[in-house]
Ligand binder design. Sequence first.
Ligand SMILES: [Zn+2]
Length: 78
Amino acid sequence: MGKKNFGPGDLAQFKKCPECFARLPMNATQCTSCGQKLGEVDQFGMAKKPFNWYGYGSAIILWILFAFFVWWAFLKVK
Ligand SMILES: [Zn+2]
């Protein structure tokens, strides 16, 4: 009957930047408008931000250093 099915593939022609909502081609890995790194696309066509291992690791190391400094500082006072 010529019925057209609109699957996810029909909708996912573009990915949207999570920072500035710019429309970008599906194979884009970085936003051409704001420079945001782009990862996988969700069901709404919105690109996900790729997981930043470097930033995550740096934050953990800083927290460990901070905790160590607090521990050391209190030990030093005694
Ligand atoms: Zn952007």
